[in-house]
Design a protein around this ligand. Sequence first.
Ligand SMILES: Nc1ncnc2c1ncn2[C@@H]1O[C@H](COP(=O)(O)OP(=O)(O)O)[C@@H](O)[C@H]1O
Ligand SMILES: [Mg+2]
Length: 377
Amino acid sequence: MSAPTIESVHAVLEKVIDPEIRRPITELGMVRSVEVDDDGDVVVGIDLTTAGCPLKDTITRDVTTTVAELAGVTGVHVAMGVMSDEQRKALKTQLRGGTPEPEIPFSKPGSLTRIYAVTSGKGGVGKSTVTANLAVSMARQGLKVGVLDADIYGFSIPRMLGVELPPTKVDDMILPPVAHDVKVISIGMFVQDRRPVVWRGPMLHRALQQFLADVFWGDLDVLLLDLPPGTGDVAISVAQMLPRSEILVVTTPQIAASEVAERAGTIAEQTHQHVVGVVENMSWFEGPDGTRTEVFGSGGGQQVADQLTSTLGYDVPLMAQLPLEVAVREAGDGGTPATISDSAASSPAAAELTNLAAALGTRARGLAGRSLGVTPV
Ligand SMILES: Nc1ncnc2c1ncn2[C@@H]1O[C@H](COP(=O)(O)OP(=O)(O)O)[C@@H](O)[C@H]1O
Ligand SMILES: [Mg+2]
């Protein structure tokens, strides 16, 4: 058998996808060189974006196995290098679609990314659980999904999605880690030693701006934001930076919880954001004999939906009621959300969340709160 040609090695390398940027390494200028000797021994020179790239081993393995499948190859060696400043600059410009300076891609007029800000009146109602499950479920349904965890008081998204690696930085551009096919950025990834974060408004605003502009999100169908509970600075910043974002309110059936949830929802009136609906979580617990116990009372979700409908003047539906389930909590703790875990088939909560993901993922974007781009004459 004769040795493969250099061209055929290049061609097969197009199949190797950078795990963070999610584009072929050939397209990203990462393939520095290809050498093939007469015996079919191949040396591939790869330039990483940064020297400490945590995915070095993954890339090495993918290159090795991919090239090894080529007919006539007897051995594969990967020679790792690092991009020069020039190369990195070119890559950044390429990733930003030709613009050298960071800007928020989702607030550009032509952006088709649907943005849902998941909010609640108070903590512990399941906002992050809902966010994580919707994200992975939408990704499973074929959408390109990103999650931004902006909950400074209780960032829990990395654990729920099982993200272990920190983001990689290419100069000032941040490449988000990918978990279950979802790009994930959390404020918790930028906190040292898991110390509690006490950030004031302007710092939060800047951090959020960075997460939106400096993170390489690529072309997303859906961006989900896990907001801190309540109606604080982050919610206002999100409304300013992402005026097209829509709000999904999470509450429990408890009337006290629903009153604060309503307040979180009505902020939309001031910010002109659209409230897409309400999710009631922890609605009941079903015992082995099928009897339902309403641990947190009942009616809270419907009450929030009705109240928001009347305040905002358009239909804000109660989109889902999720039972309390041990499997949901376990799945969250284990890093594989319930909707895609092994026990998903026997979980009513997972089924509800999957339906909700389908509904939100395929929804046409409403016109409410959006500029139509016309100027009156
Ligand atoms: N439907 C549910 N069944 C069982 N446990 C749940 C459910 N929803 C949330 N939990 C658990 O409740 C806790 C709080 O949920 P979390 O999503 O972190 O709330 P929030 O983000 O609103 O603070 C977590 O431990 C989570 O696993
Ligand atoms: Mg949370």
